[in-house]
Design a protein around this ligand. Structure first.
Ligand code: HEC
Length: 190
């Protein structure tokens, strides 16, 4: 009997440990993705203040990937922005990310989009937390991601030159735009 209780206690403590690890990884993912969104937004608004949308798009175009890289290095984890209709090829989702992006898009269409989405996945015997922070199109985003009538001539010219295969226009306010994607190895989390 005692043995059974001990065994049960042992098993539940294992569960508890994994749970705690997952929780810590979720909290870290939340922090990283919030910081990433805030940093990109800060650059965007700073540049908008200086020279309007044409100046801002040039700055965002140069700085977005640097900001992402800085977060990746600071925290030593996989983090990036992903979108099914990506502007920069570096933001093209992998198969797993694409599956989740489509699911989130569906949820958004039904008005059921959560603030965050995560799950534990196994890859080659290793457990990872995969975390997503959804990004929604707001009216101001249309200046650079909207349909033709929202895009100024200079913006269109810039996009054509810098991103000839741009897929990230034609959006409407309220659309699901993509997500910040974070991946953390759970066994590394002690
Ligand atoms: C001033 C123009 C501008 C505005 C306004 C703007 N973006 Fe972007 N956005 C860009 C550029 C340029 C890129 C490509 C950056 C790069 O090369 O990494 C981009 C990329 C993105 C990406 C990464 C995925 C991809 O397509 O490569 C997301 C997500 C995104 N924007 C969401 C938004 C949202 C949400 C808003 C509104 C809150 C917004 N953007 C407003 C210019 C803009």
């Amino acid at each position: 009997m005692n043995k059974l209780i001990l065994a049960l206690l042992f098993i539940s403590s294992l569960f508890f440990q994994t749970d705690e690890k997952v929780q810590r990884a979720v909290e870290l993912s939340r922090k990283i993705s919030d910081q990433l969104v805030d940093s990109v937004k800060a650059v965007l608004f700073q540049e908008l203040g200086k020279g309007g949308y044409t100046g801002a798009i040039k700055a965002c175009s140069n700085l977005a990937q640097d900001i992402i890289k800085a977060h990746k290095e600071k925290y030593g984890v996989y983090v990036r922005r992903v979108s099914e209709k990506y502007r920069n090829k570096l933001d093209k989702p992998d198969d797993y990310e694409l599956k989740i992006l489509r699911k989130l898009d569906e949820l958004n269409k039904r008005g059921e989009l959560p603030q965050e989405y995560y799950e534990v996945v196994e890859e080659n015997g290793e457990k990872f937390l995969r975390y997503f922070k959804p990004l929604i199109v707001q009216p101001m985003c249309l200046n650079c991601h909207g349909s033709d009538e929202f895009l100024k001539k200079e913006i269109k010219e810039f996009l054509k030159e810098k991103y000839p295969d741009d897929k990230a226009t034609g959006y409407q306010a309220g659309d699901f735009r993509g997500a910040v994607s974070v991946k953390i190895k759970l066994s590394e989390e002690k």
